[in-house]
Each structure stands twice: as C-alpha cells, then as structure tokens.
Design a protein around this ligand. Structure first.
Ligand code: UD1
Length: 418
C-alpha cells in the first residue's frame, strides 16, 4: 500500500489549483442519504480514503453505492428496513461513523454504533450527541464498546449544547428531521458543513431553519425524497493550498473556494505578510518578502479552524519572530510539534499553547504523519525544507486530501508517493 510521501524541497509553487468537494460535508451527506428511500446522487464528492470507508459502512448496512463518474456518488437506499449495527472494524477507521447514530434513529428508530476512531487528536467524547438524541426520546446504553440506542416514542424537544459540537449538531439534525414535533438546537455548531447538511435535507423535503446560526429549528416530517446535490468545496483543502503558496515563496490561485468560509485563514495569512486577493476565479495568494509572526487561537466557526492550525504552525516555523498558537478545540493537536522539531523547528508547548520561534531554515528528514492535518502540514514544511522530507504513515493524508501529490506537483512541487 502507498504509505510514504517524499517531498523534495526548494521550489516555489506557481499556477492554479482546484479545490475538491468538502470531506466533512461529503461524509455527513452520505450518512444523511439513508433518510430517504431511493437513489441519491452526490456530486463533487472527493475520492479520498474516508469516503471509501464510508461507502463500505453503507454497504455493510445494506445500502448500495456506485461511482457514476469521477466525483459523483450514487447511494441506493433500499425501501424497508436496513441493518442498524455498524461494525467495529470499519468504524474504528473513521470518526464520522458516529453520525449513523442520529441517521439510523431517524430512519429505523434504533442504532448500534461502535464507538468511533478517526484522527488521534484527543479524547473525542460523545456526551453531547447522546444528550441530544436522549432529549428526542432515545433510550441509550453503552456496552462492550457500542452505543445501543432505540426510541419508542420519539418527539421533538429543545436541546442546549454545552459546546457547539459539529458532530452532535449533525446527529441531532438527522434524527430530528424525521421525529414528530419541533426540535430547537441551541448553541448549535455554525460550520459551513452544517449549512450544507441542512440545505441537502431541505432539498429532500425536510424543514430546517437557522442552520449557520447558533439556533437551529427543525420541524419533523414523515418522508424525505432522494435528490441530486453538489457538495460545497473543502475550505480546509483550500486553506492548505493557500499556505502552500505563501510558505513556498510562490504565487498560487486557489480555485473553487467560497471565500467567506475561509476568512480567518485569509486574515492570518495577510497578517503574516502574504498578499491575498479575491478574484473572479478564486483566491490568489502571493508570498510576501518575509513571513511575519502571528498569534492564532483556534475556535469553533467562524473562528480560526482547528483543522488549519498545524498548517499555519508549519509556516510560522519560518517567521521572523515568535508566534503563539492556542489550541482550544482538541487537546492533542500538537503531536506535529515533535515532527517539525525533527526538521529544525523551535517550538515549545505548554498545555494548550505552542510558542513557535521562527528559524531561518527547515531541513528534510524522516517524519511521521501523526494525523490528517499534521500530515498536510509536513508536506508544506517539506516544500521549503532543504533536501528531502520523507513522510511516513501518509495514509492519514490520503484519508482527507484528493490527489494531493499530483495537485501540488502541477504547481511545480516535487512530491512522490511510495
Ligand atoms: C468535526 C470535523 C473535524 C473538525 C471538528 C472541529 C467531521 C467528520 N470532522 O469533528 O474535522 O476538526 O469538527 O471543527 O466533520 N466534544 C465533547 N462532547 C461531545 C462532542 C464533542 O466534549 O459529545 C468536544 C470534542 O472533544 C472536541 C470539541 O468538542 O474537543 C469539538 O468536537 P466536534 O465539534 O464534535 O468535532 P467532530 O464533529 O468530532
């Protein structure tokens, strides 16, 4: 299996690069497709490892999937009952497998969900997901690594989320759309992927209002119809390419991006000295003469995305001065620090804070992609490092980036996959 990326550093990137469909929207829409019977087609679906695993989970539940062309995925949700238990073997590969909790409760009134895996970026509890589905009438038991949930008399209700969890908001929406009565989610997540889920479900006949704000109101309906729908572009892939332009001292036009989704990254790149312009065809990023240090705090949307923190850290390793990065969303998102240090970075971590002192140069060496975004950040560091950076466990990168080596090589990067 291809699991190693070798990046030869030193070439500035020039040209235009097209962003694929959003991983985190694609995954939840695949799950939501089971809420309607019949053929749903999702366009702009990225061909990435996580999507492939999600098709396996759907197949295991009795839902057939088929690629219509490169990026259009058909999901055939059969009439009648489907299986309601996800397997440990597949679920451990994919955090988003936990989204079947709400969707299966919505469709079958029962679900047995293997406690999920995914990136090792901190403890990822499900208390808020459970609080939500319980408020809508589900009885829940946790036994032998599984969440068993069923509901005899589901009913809409008010749910306040202590933290605007993306997954919990999605699970509650997917259960609530087919639960009689009115559900109100307060302190809901506002990420663009939540809005995409609501738009998708509304096009199927659901009644969801307020997605994108912190109060989402849902009126349950008895039936949803299958549709054809195009997924939004991936804002994190876009951000990663923007940093690639800035860190490599090049000029990159990032196409197929919704600028409002990525404002915090644009703002921080500008603070760091890059020239960032919105054009008709995308966002143009031109590296500044030098990289200025900037401070970053990750927050739920519309704050700075935790999924862009590692990539920015890679860039700030080369800033002229000291940057402070505070990670407020996942406690274990600094595993990349040791890898960047192996490349010559000067970073100190205390609790949720990393102090990044800029160095003149990074050096290629063997490193490990500790998680998806860390892997992407190591590619970025490798683009400017002296010599060759060998990234092991690159499978993490393929989980979430479509053809990343080919795409960056098109801009002049020298990346090989082994
Ligand atoms: C989703 C994204 C992930 C992104 C994250 C935050 C998907 C498939 N993944 O993950 O890429 O990094 O949003 O933008 O869409 N929490 C609880 N209790 C819960 C649920 C969450 O305490 O019941 C905490 C988590 O431990 C974490 C924080 O809330 O500290 C954020 O998690 P959440 O928003 O749920 O992220 P995910 O949906 O897992």
């Amino acid at each position: 299996m291809e699991d190693i990326l070798i990046v030869k550093g030193g070439t500035p990137l020039y040209g235009s690069i097209r962003v694929s469909g959003a991983k985190n929207a694609g995954l939840v829409l695949m799950v939501a497709a089971i809420l309607a019977e019949g053929e749903t087609i999702l366009d702009n679906m990225p061909r990435i490892r996580d999507v492939e695993v999600m098709t396996f989970i759907l197949n295991e539940l009795g839902v057939r999937t088929e690629w219509k062309d490169d990026n259009s995925l058909a999901i055939y949700s059969p009439p009648g009952r489907i299986k309601t238990k996800t397997s440990y073997e597949l679920s451990r590969m994919l955090r988003a497998s936990n989204l079947f909790l709400g969707a299966l409760l919505g469709r079958e009134k029962e679900a047995a969900i293997s406690l999920p895996g995914g990136c090792d970026i901190g403890s990822r509890p499900m208390d808020l997901h459970l609080k939500g589905v319980q408020a809508l009438g589900a009885e829940v038991e946790i036994e032998h690594g599984y969440i068993y949930a069923c509901t005899k008399r589901p009913r809409g209700n008010n749910v306040y989320l202590d933290f605007p969890s993306v997954g919990a908001t999605e699970n509650i929406i997917m259960m609530a759309v087919k639960t009689p009565g009115n559900t109100v989610i307060e302190n809901a997540a506002k990420e663009p992927e939540i809005v995409d889920l609501a738009n998708f479900l509304n096009s199927m006949g659901a009644k969801i209002r307020g997605a994108g704000t912190d109060v989402i109101k849902i009126e349950g309906v008895s039936e949803l119809k299958p549709v054809r729908y195009a997924i939004i572009p991936d804002r994190i892939e876009a951000g990663t390419f923007m940093v690639a332009g800035a860190i490599s001292k090049g000029e990159v036009l990032v196409e197929n991006v919704i600028p409002t989704h990525i404002y915090p990254v644009i703002a921080k790149l500008q603070e760091a000295g890059a020239v960032v312009k919105e054009t008709e065809s995308g966002i143009l990023v031109k590296a500044g003469d030098k990289i200025r240090p900037v401070d970053i705090k990750t927050l739920p949307y519309p704050g700075f995305p935790t999924d862009m923190q590692s990539q920015m850290m890679a860039m700030l390793c080369l800033a002229e001065g000291t940057s402070v990065i505070v990670e407020n969303v996942f406690e274990n998102r600094f595993q990349i620090v040791d890898e960047l240090k192996r490349m010559g970075a000067d970073i100190k971590v205390e609790g949720h804070t990393a102090v990044v002192k800029g160095v003149k140069k990074l050096y290629g060496t063997k490193v490990r992609a500790t998680d998806l975004r860390a892997g992407a950040a190591l590619i970025l560091a490798g683009l400017v490092a002296e010599g060759e950076t060998v990234i092991e466990e690159a499978i993490h990168i393929f989980r979430g980036y479509e053809n990343i080596a080919q795409k960056l090589n098109h801009l002049g990067a020298q990346i090989t996959v082994k």
